[in-house]
Design a protein around this ligand. Structure first.
Ligand code: ADP
Length: 572
């Protein structure tokens, strides 16, 4: 063998390391100097899903991490590529999603010379990641990749970053050096059980509670704790409330689900067991008036620093993995001979049941209103009914303001990790990347993205990504010609006298034609018959589809999410 044959390129060293970590998909966009890396990945059997904008690629990789429990990987160019991908880093950091970003960077000897796409990416990303590093040599790449991958999901999940200088990618090392020595996948994240004293304290509180409530957040879904939580719930029969992405950990169709009586359930709870959710805006900080001022919150989280925040109680908090902590609580209750908690009936308290019934009836009336122009609720009823007729698991992605908010209660879920939305930061533009990742994770599922027209616009070119990579997804564009409630068409008639508000988008944009131009199926619908026909056809044809649903626009409503109203009333 000649010396040349015994050399391996830096790009191959990177690809080998990712293969050895067990990575199946990488999301990203290529350019100098990472094109060789992507080609090496493809040659080694990793699927490289190439996007149209690094933002969407980074969002896709981060939610891939949420869905699989292992970090999603994104590869981009340096400079502007990293700046775009930072949107995904920030989103992963805010949502605690495991995510490894890799980016090319200018050659190591060109630092501060104004090199091609030069940026101090390690420094840029350091405040927003759990680890942000540049390897010192090609040989150092595999172990650092392993460390960054592991760091992203061990402990509290979050983003990490590895910088890949062009001279390392294009350079080579002797095959016999440590650069190509085997690294092993770190395996499942280690899980910590709770302090038994905290378990005993929590069990005593739960047993004494008159009106206990279980709240399930997306941390429980991410932890894949549905087995432990379902088994616990079989014994304790607690009224429960999922957060938007905590839906499906316990089936929404359970009689103990209080979602339709959310405010009443929160207001009446004296003891709350909070599994994998922060007391942030989504849960009104745990504060009055939404919560009882004397409520006792037993928060279970993998991150000790989360316990005691806002109206949380630090002394009641439990650090540990939800799977293990819930099993500990369950065992302790069983040992004490406890069965059903709360009112002991295994049913919702009568007052909450009455509110649930009333609200469910009200929602039914609204969704059966078949007027044209269409309204969200009747649109969602028809989509729900058509999807229920097909056998596949459905994963719902939803983003937008009203589009997302109203969809939360319109699509009951019975499986975890089947609703992906704008999350902790209410990030608009995540939907297409999330849908693409969800389809890549589970090709047998039916992925639908229910997008507000404004939200869809952030990354609509990713329809091309779905088409190119043969990832059939149904994109619904809920089109009211604007942000929030859209804009009254009359406002377009004389814009000199009546200028368009900042919430306006172009009237009746032909999103279905944009979809068709990328090779997707396109449908424009204005009534429920057309909608039913379009959804039925798209499901049957199993191709990427863009269904442009023109709905009523222009109703002047308050600009806020349902959640926010009561928060503003809270005393600070
Ligand atoms: P939501 O948006 O549903 O309210 P959050 O994102 O606010 O949920 O909270 C999720 C929480 O779950 C985070 O604080 C995170 O630390 C926590 N978490 C993630 N994985 C685990 C786990 N395995 N065990 C316990 N807590 C976890």
């Amino acid at each position: 063998m000649s010396d040349k044959q015994q050399q391996v390129s830096g790009s191959l060293v990177i690809a080998e390391a990712l293969v050895q970590l067990g990575i199946k998909h990488v999301f990203g966009i290529v350019g100098i100097p990472v094109i060789e890396v992507a080609n090496a990945l493809i040659a080694r059997g990793i699927k490289f899903i190439s996007f149209r904008n690094e933002q969407a690629a980074a969002y896709a990789a981060s939610i891939y991490g949420y869905l699989t429990g292992l970090p999603g990987v994104c590869l981009v160019v340096g400079g502007p590529g990293v700046l775009h991908a930072i949107a995904g880093v920030g989103n992963a950091s805010a949502n605690h999603l495991p995510f490894l970003l890799l980016a090319g960077s200018s050659e190591t000897h060109q630092v501060e010379k104004g090199a091609f796409q030069e940026l101090d990416q390690v420094a840029y990303l350091a405040p927003h990641t759990k680890l942000s590093v540049r390897p010192a040599s090609i040989e150092a790449i595999p172990t650092l990749l392993e460390k960054a991958y592991r760091t992203a999901y061990f402990g509290r999940p979050g983003p990490t970053y590895v910088d890949l200088p062009a001279d390392f990618i294009q350079g080579s090392v002797a095959a016999a050096t440590s650069a190509v020595r085997k690294i092993a996948p770190p395996g499942p994240a280690p899980r910590a059980a709770a302090d038994p004293a905290r378990i005993a304290q929590a069990v005593a509180l739960l047993r004494e509670a008159e009106s206990p409530l279980l709240i399930i957040g997306k941390g429980a879904a991410y932890a894949q704790a549905e087995g432990a939580i379902r088994s616990f719930q079989e014994t304790v029969q607690l009224p429960f409330l999922p957060t938007p992405m905590g839906k499906g950990v316990l089936p929404d169709d359970s009689p103990l689900n209080t979602s339709a009586a959310r405010s009443a359930a929160l207001k009446s709870a004296d003891v709350i067991l909070l599994l994998g959710a922060r007391l942030n805006w989504i849960l009104h900080y745990g504060e009055a008036p939404k919560f009882r001022p004397d409520v006792k919150i037993i928060q279970v989280d993998v991150a000790a620093e989360e316990l005691g925040n806002n109206a949380g109680s630090a002394p009641l908090g439990i650090v540990g993995d939800i799977n293990l902590v819930v099993a500990q609580l369950h065992d302790a209750l069983v040992q004490l001979g406890s069965g059903t908690l709360g009112n002991g009936s295994g049913k919702l308290p009568a007052a909450i049941e009455a509110v649930k019934e009333r609200n469910t009836q009200k929602a039914r009336v609204v969704e059966n209103n078949n007027v044209v122009p269409l309204k969200y609720q009747s649109v969602y009823r028809v989509i729900r009914e058509v999807l229920a007729r097909q056998p596949r698991k459905v994963v719902y992605v939803s983003e937008g303001a009203n589009t997302m908010d109203i969809s939360r209660s319109a699509f009951p879920l019975n499986e975890p990790r089947t609703r992906l939305d704008a999350g902790t930061n209410a990030t608009m533009g995540v939907g297409l990347g999330y849908a693409i990742a969800a389809k890549a994770v589970d090709p047998a599922s039916l992925v639908v993205a229910i997008e507000g027209d404004s939200a869809f616009g952030f990354s609509l070119a990713e329809v091309d990504t779905a088409v190119r990579h043969h990832l059939p997804i149904i994109f619904f564009v809920i089109n009211n010609s604007g942000v929030y409630h859209g804009v009254d068409p009359a406002r377009y008639e004389n814009q000199e006298q009546n200028p368009l508000p900042a919430t306006a988008l172009a009237l009746d944009t032909k999103y279905h034609l944009l979809g068709e131009s990328f090779g997707a199926l396109g449908y424009e619908v204005r009534d429920l018959q057309q909608l039913e026909a379009a959804v039925t056809d798209a499901v049957k044809k199993d191709q990427v589809a863009v269904i442009n649903v023109i709905i009523e626009s222009g109703k002047d409503k308050k600009l806020e999410f349902g959640w926010m109203a009561s928060t503003k009333k809270a005393k600070l």
